[in-house]
Design a protein around this ligand. Structure first.
Ligand code: HEC
Length: 192
């Protein structure tokens, strides 16, 4: 009995200490000040386990189909490239100081560490409290699969090939950021 009381007391004490810690504002939430080692380790474990547990086994198609391919480049270039870069294209300036930083998509590290199902899940659902948006609400399944397929293949795509695809998209849409302009145009046409 005594043991249970001391256990409950310790838990209440710890919870109160955690509340006081947050309330005093001593923890620096600035994006310019990285988390301490222990907190980073804990958050990364939480993120990785959460993604591994939730991502169902899905089959991400390859980019063989011309329509999937063109839409995938269009969406990747309009959105993902801004934060993750692309062959021959840097990420935007604002992305450099996001915390956590968006990882480089063309080095091949992401594709080594995450399964295709996990990459698809991340694109669909996003990652809380990071700059990684969820694209599932605003994009169709085939667009999500296409963009995940491109994310998987992008380390093997040359700058030359990527540039050619982008020029095709920009030619079609009269310049600008490919896919997103395209969708806006389509939406405008639907409204007429
Ligand atoms: C506004 C910036 C931003 C945009 C746009 C964005 N991302 Fe991200 N993304 C991030 C950040 C930040 C992270 C790192 C999250 C973390 O560390 O947990 C991330 C993480 C990821 C990861 C997991 C990387 C890893 O280390 O395992 C994948 C995969 C990914 N993004 C794919 C995409 C794709 C595909 C698109 C386009 C559809 C996209 N992202 C658009 C910011 C962005």
């Amino acid at each position: 009995m005594k043991f249970i009381f001391s256990l409950i007391f310790t838990v209440i004490l710890l919870a109160a200490a955690a509340l006081v810690f947050a309330w005093t504002g001593v923890y620096n939430i600035a994006a310019t000040k990285p988390h301490t080692g222990v907190i980073s380790y804990y958050i990364e474990m939480l993120r990785d386990r959460s993604i591994a547990k939730r991502s169902e086994d899905v089959r991400v198609p390859d980019l063989g189909d011309a329509r999937i391919r063109s839409a995938a480049f269009s969406h990747y270039h309009g959105m993902c490239r801004l934060c993750h870069g692309a062959p021959g294209y840097q990420a935007e300036e604002f992305a450099e100081d996001l915390y956590p930083a968006p990882p480089d998509m063309i080095s091949g590290h992401i594709q080594e560490e995450r399964s295709p199902s996990e990459i698809y899940w991340i694109v669909n659902h996003g990652i809380k409290m990071t700059g990684m948006p969820a694209f599932g609400r605003t994009h169709s399944d085939s667009e999500l699969y296409g963009v995940a397929a491109l994310a998987l293949e992008i380390p093997q795509i040359s700058s030359e090939e990527y540039r050619q695809q982008v020029e095709k998209i920009e030619g079609k849409n009269g310049g600008g950021y490919g896919g997103e302009n395209h969708s806006t145009q389509e939406a405008a046409e639907h409204n007429h």
